[in-house]
Design a protein around this ligand. Structure first.
Ligand SMILES: O=C[C@H](O)[C@H](O)[C@H](O)COP(=O)(O)O
Length: 233
């Protein structure tokens, strides 16, 4: 049976990289949740940081935890961004957006000097793509965007929540694209973002600098990427 032990171990480990005075990007999801809880403990213990949240959900959690928040538009750079992923490979390429937060997550990752990714061991894969790739699209003309993605072989499915259309924090829809195996992620990334109506897709290529993998026994393993190019070093 799968437990949350790996997620907790990875999420908490990542908080060790936060230093006083840093501006921290708070990720979204059930693994970043543990990072936010740990940061809350550290803040209550006197750690002086400020944070920017990647979603309304994480913002609410951070507030509950007493973590000082700052508006993204007031921040010049983020020192460290800690976020989860739905899949990661050993080259630290990612699929994100299972919770629908991919757009803000990517904007914040791109504004960060360093992106740490926290996952449990089940999300480390040889090939990206088994997890359906989330693509955020504007609601206007979304059916046309859907047809264009279908024509490109994306096998999109409109994401629903409680039988209604899922709406992102940015007021958009998500089309989950079923590839099974992604062969050329950079080419796919460009192809998807070139479709009119697509706002962003969940491939995070060359953003992560450190992958923290939590195991069922509570241990963690880390893989680093020496030269991620998309974060703003
Ligand atoms: O949109 C959601 C985010 O990209 C999450 O970080 C991702 O889905 C992983 O979430 P979890 O840790 O809950 O599996």
């Amino acid at each position: 049976m799968q437990t949350n032990i790996g997620k907790k171990a990875a999420g908490e480990k990542a908080a060790e990289y936060i230093k006083p005075g840093m501006t921290v990007g708070l990720g979204t999801g059930s693994t970043a949740y543990y990072t936010i809880l740990r940061i809350g403990e550290l803040v209550r213990g006197g750690l002086d940081i400020r944070a920017v949240a990647t979603s309304a959900q994480s913002e609410e959690l951070a507030r509950e935890q007493g973590i000082p928040l700052v508006d993204f538009d007031k921040v010049e750079k983020i020192d460290i961004d800690i976020d989860g992923a739905d899949e990661a490979d050993a080259q630290l390429q990612l699929i994100k957006g299972g919770g629908g937060a991919l757009l803000r997550e990517k904007i914040i990752a791109a504004a960060s000097k360093e992106m740490l990714v926290v996952i449990d061991e089940h999300k480390l894969v040889k090939h990206l793509g088994k997890f359906p790739l989330p693509v955020e699209v504007v609601t206007f003309g979304w059916e046309l965007t859907f047809r264009q993605l279908s024509a490109l072989g994306a096998h999109p499915v409109l994401r629903l929540k409680d039988n209604n259309r899922f709406i992102t924090d940015n007021g958009n829809y998500i089309l989950d694209c079923h590839y099974q195996k992604i062969h050329n992620a950079p080419a796919l990334h460009t192809q998807l973002n070139n479709v009119p109506g697509v706002v962003e897709n969940g491939l995070f290529l060359d953003y992560a600098s450190r992958l923290i993998i939590g195991h069922e026994d509570g241990s963690v393993r880390e893989i680093t990427h020496p030269y991620p190019t998309k974060t703003s070093f």
